[in-house]
Write a protein that binds this ligand. Sequence first.
Ligand code: FBP
Length: 297
Amino acid sequence: MNTRPALADLGLGTGKKARLHRILHQNGLGNGTAIFLPYDHGLEHGPRDFADCAAASDPKYIIKLALEGEFNGIAIQIGLAQKFYWDYAGEVPLVLKLNGKTDIPSAIDPLSPVNTTVEEAVRLGADAVGYTLYVGSPAQEHDFAQYLQVRKDAERFGMPLIVWSYPRGSAIDGKGGKDSFYAVDYAARIASELGADLVKVNFPHPDKQAGVPAAYRREFSPQQAIGSVVRSANRTLLLVSGGERSGDQAMLEKARMSMEAGATGLIFGRNIWQRDHDETLRFVARLKEILAKYPSV
Ligand code: FBP
């Protein structure tokens, strides 16, 4: 098991440290772990994600849910932040997502264009900003250029930067796919090389080996794979994302293995809010039982 770095060991300036302290130690369990609620699916996938859970199409309901479930933060796009966050401003940390894309054009060379700024995040009372980086995309030159501006602004405003480090695109499809151990391990390392404060990755699948480099064409357990991913992120705190709705046991096991490996926490969207209200809160409580076992030292 890896030891999760303490806030004091991350080399952060005052603003970033203060905001991250608020997120990790004054919200959620307050023990240095985190559970975030992402809700940018209306942009990324369209309203189809709300088809089986009508309540979830209402942003007000979701922000209130983040409050009731005592999440460490809610990640939303600018429009919802402007029109809905003020109801609960300051009661649950805001992670303003700075970029996003629709899934209407097929994603051969994906790029997630920026639609707002760190400055607007400050105005809205955000405690962090989020940026999606499409690792391995042929559009990486443009991606890195817009990321540079975000990183510089985040530094200037003392705003923690969470990178959604997502392997995507034609090249990745030919090398094990977006959630192979190789791709996720590389994505974690890239976020750390590029100066992210936190990184959000998919859970790695060591069995997806078609086309991956030789070093990943061996047998690894899922626990070994996530352990290696956390090491690749080094002093960038690691969050594991949820993905499409799957069984409760599978999600709990993914959470347990991630925390055991030294991850800081979880950022689960559809697996949280694609269920009815009370069931959501019960499931969140079960996830938090796991997080409670892995406090920061
Ligand atoms: P989920 O837990 O629902 O997968 O949400 C995490 C997330 O990163 C969202 O922030 C985003 O909308 C979505 O996944 C993007 O998923 P994909 O790139 O697979 O379309």
